[in-house]
Ligand binder design. Structure first.
Ligand code: SAH
Length: 487
């Protein structure tokens, strides 16, 4: 597997600067061992006019097989892997991308202490990959690289030169040329797009692949016309991960363009249709219980996480002791409804300055959520798949870490008391689970213990002697020890 990166120079900007930018000296051939084999960096040419760095990956097929043992579903021999072992030694692929990030990690981040200014500037680049597996052929190669500012040559490699009638192989010879890109951007394009073209990524896609993709895609993947293809292929068609990534890319794009036509990122929001048969609707009782807990905690700056259509935010705004109120939801549609409900466009300056509605997913740590007095998760946790709950737990209790956290969720035991609810049904179509009091407490105790909070419980709605209240509320307070540590 082989890839070359060339640049040209002028006297005041010699081409050999490439060596500084890549953090690899042109005079030395260097070898790095990776989990798949040895990566060599050498410079076939290095003078002031023209300099070429070559990355050559010598794949250790045995190591590859060993690494992948047991990783396929059900442990069955992996047909794709067999093919890997056969054609990997000369084909560029996702392995090359892995090597690229291992060997040129600083360059990929645009870090260059020797020539900081040069690292941030575009330079003439000529990149060649002689044998690149390209699913979808040259058309896909063009569609992926051209929007990024590359001039693309993608020539199909014939299956066998001696027998042209056999047609083309799945390989192309790729040449990329640009004068407008930085080296860091170029490397990040390759890091993502080589595996995308290969589309046979051999290693198991772990959840942090999404982070890697977003990090490498920063600045160019949001808004790329083939964003969906890139994301789904990069993540090996693991749809849940793909959806996460798409969602976060959409957030990044919104952050960049500040427009809000993101209707499609809608995480199943419906009006709060919970119909309580008692005089005061349960939703109102819940809001009151939350407000009572917040007031008693002395909180002034409050996060409403998963704020939905903004009912609680509206109640918070009416009480001047809450000086800063932030509603967060993943659903743009919910936020749009909330903005309308709160008449955001007509609020006086004073009110408006107390309020923020931000789009974000609670499954990821978010710097914007740090430093608040209190956070509310009202009827939110049951909308997440259970395996994702630890991510939310970490983002809220581990990273954002407000002094007070109020969590409410339905008490499934109470469901037998709802006349309209057929036995064994959850209350809302989008509820992924509903817990008994014991289950909720077990979760809350564990969360409190893991993150240094104390927790107490309050019933919301009529507290039935047998089955308990319809809604359960847990009030978490950071322990004095933890608070001292934070201060
Ligand atoms: N807190 C409101 C709304 C509850 S409905 C209330 O008590 O009435 C659950 C809300 O959580 C929805 O608006 C949904 O869009 C939001 N949500 C679901 N998953 C989310 C996530 N990962 N990040 C942020 N919000 C999420």
């Amino acid at each position: 597997m082989f890839l070359t990166i060339s640049t040209t120079g002028v006297p005041e900007r010699p081409a050999t600067d490439l060596g500084f930018l890549l953090h690899k000296h042109p005079d030395r051939a260097q070898a790095f061992s990776t989990s798949y084999g040895t990566a060599h960096v050498l410079y076939p040419e290095a003078d002031a006019d023209r300099c070429t760095a070559a990355l050559l990956l010598e794949v250790d097929a045995v190591a590859l097989v060993r690494r992948n043992k047991g990783k396929g579903r059900g442990g069955a021999p992996d047909a794709a892997l067999a093919q890997y072992v056969n054609d990997r030694p000369y084909a560029a692929s996702s392995l090359l991308a892995v090597a690229l990030s291992a060997v040129f990690s600083s360059a990929m981040r645009g870090v260059c202490d020797a020539l900081p200014d040069r690292a941030a500037q575009p330079l003439p680049l000529h990149i060649e990959v002689p044998a690149l597996p390209a699913r979808g052929g040259p058309a896909v190669v063009h569609a992926l690289f051209e929007p990024l500012g590359w001039t693309v040559t993608a020539e199909p490699v014939p299956l066998d030169d001696r027998f042209p009638e056999w047609g083309d192989s799945r390989y192309v010879r790729l040449v990329l040329e640009s004068e407008t890109l930085t080296l860091a951007a170029a490397l990040r394009h390759l890091y993502v797009l080589l595996p995308v073209l290969d589309d046979a990524k051999h290693y198991w896609v772990a959840p942090d692949e999404v982070d890697k993709l977003l990090r490498a895609g920063e600045g160019w993947l949001p808004g790329h016309p083939e964003q969906k293809l890139i994301t789904s292929r990069y993540l090996s068609r693991r749809w849940s991960l793909t959806r996460d990534a798409m969602e976060r890319l959409e957030l990044a794009r919104l952050a960049e363009t500040d427009d809000s036509q993101a209707e499609e990122i809608d995480n199943a929001v419906e009006a709060d249709t919970e119909e309580a048969p008692q005089p005061t609707p349960l939703a109102v009782l819940r809001r009151d219980a939350i407000l009572t807990a917040l007031r008693a905690s002395g909180a002034a700056r409050v996060l409403d996480l998963g704020c939905g259509q903004g009912q609680l935010v509206q109640a918070l705004l009416k009480d001047v002791r809450f000086t800063e109120i932030v509603g967060v939801d993943v659903s743009m549609r919910a936020l749009t409804v909330a903005a309308r409900r709160l008449k955001l466009d007509r609020l006086g300056e004073r009110q408006a300055s107390r309020l923020q509605l931000i789009q974000g997913s609670l499954l990821y740590t978010d710097r914007r959520l740090k430093g608040y007095d209190a956070a509310v998760l009202s009827e939110v946790i049951e909308h997440l798949d259970l395996p994702r709950l630890p991510a939310l737990e970490y983002a809220v209790f581990g990273a954002a870490r407000p002094r007070t956290v109020v969590v409410t969720t339905p008490n499934v035991e109470y469901n037998v008391r709802w006349e309209s609810l057929p036995a064994g049904h959850v209350r809302h179509g989008d509820h992924r689970f509903e817990w008994t009091r014991a289950q909720f407490r077990a979760w809350a105790e564990a969360v409190a213990a893991r993150h240094g909070y104390a927790v107490e419980y309050r019933p919301v709605g009529p507290d039935d002697p047998e089955v308990g209240p319809p809604t359960q509320l847990a009030l978490f307070t950071l322990t004095a020890d933890e608070e001292a540590k934070a201060a």
